[in-house]
Design a protein around this ligand. Structure first.
Ligand SMILES: C[S@@+](CC[C@H](N)C(=O)[O-])C[C@H]1O[C@@H](n2cnc3c(N)ncnc32)[C@H](O)[C@@H]1O
Length: 185
């Protein structure tokens, strides 16, 4: 496992309720996620944002959560089952160098890349795969933790996204993240 990857045991700290008080996940995601959508969430960890995504897509939508750590996905699955949201969530254990999304080509309405893009071995490959999975006009919300990820690194990620035909739109201002909304052209 690369030293840049968040270890599974830190996944519990990402479920901390304080996070919810600082920024309500449903409120943050509601402008982008609607009923019946197919949402891709790379690097969901233990699912702090996966459950809100599953509530927003409703019973006719689905969330595909792709991670390289089985322990993250197992905890996500348990939390989803307890909340009665498991039928809307598909978890996939993948290798670090590819999200393996061949079956989702052009099928995804929204991608949530929250505090994870800096852990990918290649931002170029990551955005190319995400862009390929998105429908034309589909959106990707990129958020990286302030302090942990330098602004220059965030700009490099945006350059990789642009090279993958993702248009940079608004840059939401949040207390703890640098963020940008990208759109597949
Ligand atoms: C800092 S955690 C963020 C978790 C979650 N997005 C959140 O905001 O609570 C980063 C997650 O990305 C996952 N990850 C790292 N490299 C990955 C890769 N190459 N493909 C998919 N997931 C990856 C890690 O296993 C971890 O679950």
């Amino acid at each position: 496992m690369s030293k840049h990857v968040c270890p599974w045991w830190l996944g519990y700290s990402l479920l901390c309720p304080v996070r919810r008080w600082i920024e309500d996940p449903e409120k943050m995601l509601a402008p982008y996620v609607k009923e019946c959508m197919t949402v891709l969430e790379p690097g969901p960890g233990m699912g702090f944002l996966t459950l809100p995504l599953a509530r927003l897509v409703g019973s006719a939508g689905r969330v595909v959560a792709v991670d390289i750590q089985a322990k993250m996905l197992e905890s996500l699955g348990r939390r989803a089952a307890k909340a009665g949201l498991l039928p809307r969530i598909e978890t996939r254990l993948v290798q670090p160098d590819s999200m393996g999304l061949g079956d989702l080509k052009g099928a995804v309405d929204f991608v949530l890349a929250f505090w994870m893009a800096h852990e990918m071995p290649s931002a170029e490959v990551f955005f190319l795969e995400a862009a390929e999975a998105l429908k034309p006009g589909g959106m990707l919300l990129l958020a990286e933790p302030k302090g942990h990820v330098k602004p220059e690194k965030f700009e490099q990620e945006l350059a990789a996204a642009r090279a993958a035909s993702l248009e940079i739109g608004e840059r939401p201002v949040t207390r703890r993240s640098m963020a940008a909304v990208l759109r597949k052209t």
